[in-house]
Ligand binder design. Structure first.
Ligand SMILES: CC/C=C\C/C=C\C/C=C\C/C=C/C(=O)SCCNC(=O)CCNC(=O)[C@H](O)C(C)(C)COP(=O)(O)OP(=O)(O)OC[C@H]1O[C@@H](n2cnc3c(N)ncnc32)[C@H](O)[C@@H]1OP(=O)(O)O
Length: 239
């Protein structure tokens, strides 16, 4: 990902990610490392400005593009690793959770923090967390909007490994891909999709309902007010 300053996910960036995933699949890619050009941020999650006073059709397109990108990422036939050498809140955490393996560096915060922002992580975000860390830990983390530090993320199983820095993180991600290289492709892909199918189907069969929930939620005046205040707090911080 290379969308400075924080790889926030707007419609255009989501489309780029989706196109890249389609291209990798068409080219029979043998593995992907999802990484960031930023030295300190993996992805800041969804671009909050896409949800602030949006036009209805733009908001719908944004959400459908996110759904398209995630459906592709979660179901790739090739192995995927997230090299998390920077913070990964909310949608950034979703990207990492959607890969098959996660390597993180020290001093990083990762989690589905939506509750803390007064919004709600959609069901499929929640499913991804549950699938990785289990029901009890996911429920606790999501209710609190907890951001895990590196040590906590390792302890709870949100990530698989800690590496010292970006170079080591990429090297460990490559080692994971190498460990998968000799597995028969069809068997590997079939098992992966078997595990992920119910989560994928839940969104695929309820896409329109999911979009409606998103739209109805973000268009509420009190949610808009919360987003406005959060955007102000973010820009005051950097100002
Ligand atoms: C049942 C279901 C019901 C309803 C569902 C409906 C709604 C739910 C919808 C969606 C779920 C939401 C998912 C999300 O991903 S929301 C996004 C959450 N992300 C965050 O909270 C992260 C916020 N950012 C940060 O914490 C920090 O920026 C970060 C730690 C990532 C990096 O810190 P750093 O100090 O390096 O940079 P900053 O100075 O903070 O930021 C630089 C610059 O970037 C802007 N910025 C940051 N994050 C975002 C963002 N997510 N979107 C847009 N812009 C962002 C920040 O304002 C600064 O801008 P500027 O002031 O212009 O320099």
């Amino acid at each position: 990902m290379n969308r400075p300053p924080v790889n926030s996910l707007n419609t255009e960036h989501l489309e780029q990610l989706h196109r890249a995933l389609v291209r990798l699949e068409n080219e029979k890619c043998r593995g992907m490392i999802l990484s960031s050009s930023s030295p300190t941020v993996f992805s800041a999650g969804l671009d909050i400005r896409e949800m602030y006073k949006p036009e209805l059709e733009k908001a719908r397109k944004f959400w459908r593009t996110l759904q398209d990108m995630w459906l592709k990422l979660y179901s790739t036939p090739y192995p995927t690793v997230a090299a998390i050498h920077g913070h990964a809140p909310a949608g950034g955490c979703l990207l990492a959770l959607s890969c098959e393996y996660r390597v993180i560096v020290p001093n990083v915060k990762i989690g589905l923090n939506e509750t803390q922002l007064g919004i709600v992580a959609p069901q499929w975000f929640q499913d991804c967390m549950r699938n990785v860390i289990g029901e009890r830990q996911a429920e606790k983390a999501l209710i609190a909007g907890h951001m895990f530090n590196t040590e906590q993320a390792l302890q709870v199983g949100l990530v698989d490994e800690v590496a010292a820095d970006k170079a080591a993180c990429i090297a460990r991600a490559e080692a994971f891909l190498a460990s998968q290289a000799n597995l028969p492709l069809l068997a590997r892909k079939t098992v992966k999709l078997g595990f992920r199918n119910s989560t994928l189907s839940r969104l695929m069969t309820g896409r329109e309902a999911d979009t409606k929930i998103f739209i109805e939620y973000i268009f509420q005046p009190k949610v808009q007010k919360g987003i406005e205040l959060y955007l102000q707090s973010l820009s005051k911080k950097s100002g």
